[in-house]
Design a protein around this ligand. Structure first.
Ligand code: SF4
Length: 258
């Protein structure tokens, strides 16, 4: 991958406006959602519809990818308690790592992400991930952020525990993201335990949890909601790097379906 190109900041806010935080929009979902029947092999077997876009960890130059490559994430936090921290994303294989209870099992936006590089999960992935976290801790001792997971999910309680160990060993690590694992599932239980242990550095919300806190819900555009709508969708901010809401509040956030 070539070096990041700095683009002059823009005053326009909201998705797709470019700016210094984002280089291009290639890995994000494009177009309307694809719907698949239950009998489609990927849906039945529980895997991506794009198997050629799943890579063994050793095939990739890196597992943690700068948020500059995502129009929704951004490169570096610009405000709040994580200000100055670079953001990295992690992308696993959708469905292969996700619970079948996910409400988007047949309509996952990953099916629109033909450019995303999914990392094959397992022991080799975990070994290399640990090495990268170690390197990030050394390179960014004041703080770095990992956004879990652009695609995919916590595939086992042990994998969630790995993040718990990483939070204990790497004080610069901050994590935010969403999981379709239910709060009372084995994986969800570990996620909740870490929310209690590291409330300032582990900001994971449960997708579909329509509670006052710790949830992330999808609503139709224009639908009334008691929750705050993601400001990057309403035009209130540019991207996660300029927003910080997901790690400054535990309030449930609503996302417009796209
Ligand atoms: S609320 Fe803010 S931090 Fe959370 S997903 Fe939306 S833009 Fe990102």
């Amino acid at each position: 991958m070539s070096a990041a190109v700095e683009i002059a900041p823009t005053t326009r806010k909201g998705y797709g406006s470019g700016g210094a935080q984002r280089r291009f929009e290639a890995i994000d979902a494009r177009g309307s959602r694809r719907h698949f029947a239950d009998t489609h092999p990927a849906i039945a077997e529980g895997r991506t519809v794009m198997p050629s876009r799943v890579f063994q960890p050793g095939e990739l130059p890196r597992l943690l990818v700068s948020g500059v490559n995502s129009r929704k994430i951004g490169k570096k936090v610009t405000k709040g308690r994580w200000k100055g921290a670079p953001i990295f994303t992690l992308t696993l294989e959708e469905r292969a790592t996700c619970p079948r209870t996910c409400s988007e099992w047949r309509t996952c936006y990953g099916s629109n992400m033909q450019y995303a590089r999914r990392i094959a999960h397992g022991p080799e992935f975990e070994r290399l991930l640990w090495q990268e976290l170690e390197a990030k801790q050394a390179a960014h001792p004041a703080g770095f952020v990992v956004r879990l997971h652009v695609l995919g999910d916590f595939y086992s309680p042990d994998y969630v525990e790995l993040w718990g160990e990483a939070l204990a060993v790497f004080p610069a690590l901050r994590v935010f993201g969403y999981t379709a694992r239910e709060p009372d599932s084995p994986e969800g239980a570990v996620v909740r335990e870490l929310l209690g242990l590291h409330p300032d550095r582990w900001c994971i919300r449960f997708s579909g949890l329509d509670a006052d806190t710790d949830g992330a819900v999808v609503i139709e555009r224009g639908e009334a909601t008691r929750h705050t709508i993601c400001p990057a969708q309403t035009g209130g901010t540019d991207c996660c790097a300029t927003c910080a809401l997901c790690w400054h509040s535990d309030q449930t956030i609503a996302f417009w379906r796209h």
